[in-house]
Write a protein that binds this ligand. Structure first.
Ligand code: ACO
Length: 321
C-alpha cells in the first residue's frame, strides 16, 4: 500500500506585522477593538509592491524542502494553490519551479479553489502519489490578497493578509493522509467573489474582493462542521481521536463555532488568524507549519485540515503526521 505522508513543512510572511492601529493610522475608518471583537485578527503581513505570490511561495518551499531533508530536484510534482497568481500565465507553479532552480522536468500547475485551494492541492497530490506515478510533491498555498482588496471598503480590507505555506508530500509505506473530501457548489458564487476580468488590455468590471460577510459566516460554519465529520466517518474515527484541528484561518469566531459543532475543545485547535489574518490558500499550511515548528504538532499525531472559500468550495483531509 502506498500512502502519502507529509515529510516537511515551511511558511513565509512578508515584512513586518501591520497592526490594526497601523491600519487606522493609514486612514482606514476602523478600530482595533472592532476588528479584534468581530474577527480575532490583531496583525497581518502585506507584501511590498514588487513581491509576488511565487516569491512568497519560493521562501516557504525552500523551508519545507529543507525540513524534509531534500533538494528541490528531488520533487517531481509542484502544485500551487493561489487566487492571486503572478500573471495570467504561465502558472505560479512553473514560476516557482524556476525560482527554486528545478530543471528536472517535474509537473507543475496551479489550483484555483480560493481559500480551499491548499486542501484541493493536497488531495490532488495525494492521488498522484497513491497511484504510484509520482514520489514527492511540493504543495503550496501562496497569496498576495492585498492586491485584490478595495482599501476603501473597511468591511473587507481589514480581514486579509499576504503569505505562503508549503508542505512536501512523500510516498511512504506508513500512513499518511487517511481520508479526504472535496466539495463545491457554484450557486453561492455571488456571496464572495472578485467579479472582474481582463480583456483587450483592460480590466472589465470590478477587480476587488466583494463579500456578504454574514452569508459567508453562516455557510462556512455549516460546511466546515459537515466536511470534518465526513473525513472522520470515512476513516472510522470519532472527533476525540484527533489531536489537532486546523481550520481555514478566516475569523476566530468561525473557528470557535466549527470546533464547538465538532465537540473539539479549543486547546486542540490551531488558530493563527490573530497573527496573519485571512491569507486564503496560504492560511492552513501557515498554521500547520507554525504549530510544527513550535513543537505542538508531533510525529504520529492525527490532524484534520479543512478549508472553505469562494466558489463556494470546501474540503478536508484527515492525516497522520
Ligand atoms: N471597522 C469598524 N466598523 C465596521 C468595519 C470595520 N472594519 N466593517 C464594518 N463595520 C461596521 C458596518 O459599517 C456596520 O455599521 P452600521 O451598523 O453602522 O451599519 C457594522 O460594523 C456591522 O457590520 P456588519 O457587516 O453587519 O458586521 P458583522 O457583525 O457581520 O461582521 C464580518 C462583519 C467580520 C465581516 C463578519 O460578517 C464575518 O466575519 N464574516 C465572515 C467573513 C469572512 O471571514 N470572510 C473571509 C473570506 S471567506 C473565507 O475565507 C471562507
Amino acid at each position: 500500500m502506498i500512502y502519502a505522508r507529509i515529510a516537511g513543512t515551511g511558511s513565509f510572511l512578508p515584512g513586518e506585522p501591520v497592526s490594526n492601529d497601523d491600519l487606522v493610522a493609514r486612514g482606514i475608518d476602523t478600530s482595533d477593538e472592532w476588528i479584534v471583537e468581530r474577527t480575532g485578527i490583531r496583525t497581518r503581513h502585506l507584501a511590498a509592491r514588487d513581491v509576488t505570490s511565487s516569491d512568497l511561495a519560493c521562501e516557504a518551499s525552500r523551508r519545507a524542502i529543507a525540513a524534509a531533508g531534500l533538494q528541490p530536484e528531488d520533487i517531481d510534482l509542484v502544485i500551487v494553490a493561489t487566487s492571486t497568481p503572478d500573471c495570467i500565465f504561465p502558472s505560479t507553479a512553473t514560476l516557482l519551479q524556476s525560482k527554486l532552480g528545478m530543471r528536472n522536468g517535474a509537473a507543475a500547475f496551479d489550483v484555483q479553489a480560493v481559500c480551499t485551494g491548499f486542501v484541493y492541492g493536497l488531495t490532488i497530490a495525494e492521488k498522484f502519489i497513491r497511484s504510484g506515478s509520482h514520489k514527492r510533491a511540493l504543495v503550496v498555498g501562496a497569496e498576495v490578497f492585498s492586491r485584490i482588496l478595495d482599501w476603501s471598503d473597511r468591511g473587507t480590507c481589514v480581514l486579509f493578509g499576504d503569505g505562503a505555506g508549503a508542505v512536501v508530500l512523500e510516498a511512504s509505506d506508513k500512513p499518511g493522509i487517511l481520508a479526504t473530501a472535496l466539495h463545491a457548489d457554484g450557486s453561492h458564487h455571488p456571496i464572495l467573489c472578485v467579479p472582474g476580468a481582463v480583456a483587450s488590455g483592460q480590466v472589465i468590471g470590478d477587480p476587488f474582493l466583494r463579500m456578504d460577510g454574514q452569508a459567508v459566516f453562516k455557510f462556512a460554519v455549516k460546511v466546515l462542521g459537515e466536511v470534518a465529520n465526513e473525513v472522520l466517518a470515512e476513516s472510522g474515527m470519532e472527533a476525540g481521536a484527533v489531536d489537532w484541528l486546523i481550520p481555514h484561518q478566516a475569523n476566530i469566531r468561525i473557528i470557535q463555532a466549527t470546533a464547538k459543532r465538532l465537540g473539539v475543545p479549543m486547546e486542540k485547535v490551531i488558530a493563527t488568524v490573530d497573527r496573519h489574518g485571512n491569507t486564503s490558500a496560504a492560511s492552513i499550511p501557515l498554521a500547520l507549519d507554525l504549530a510544527v515548528r513550535d513543537g505542538r504538532i508531533r510525529a504520529g499525531q492525527r490532524i484534520i485540515v479543512e478549508g472553505v472559500g469562494g466558489g463556494f468550495t470546501w474540503g478536508a483531509a484527515l492525516l497522520q503526521f
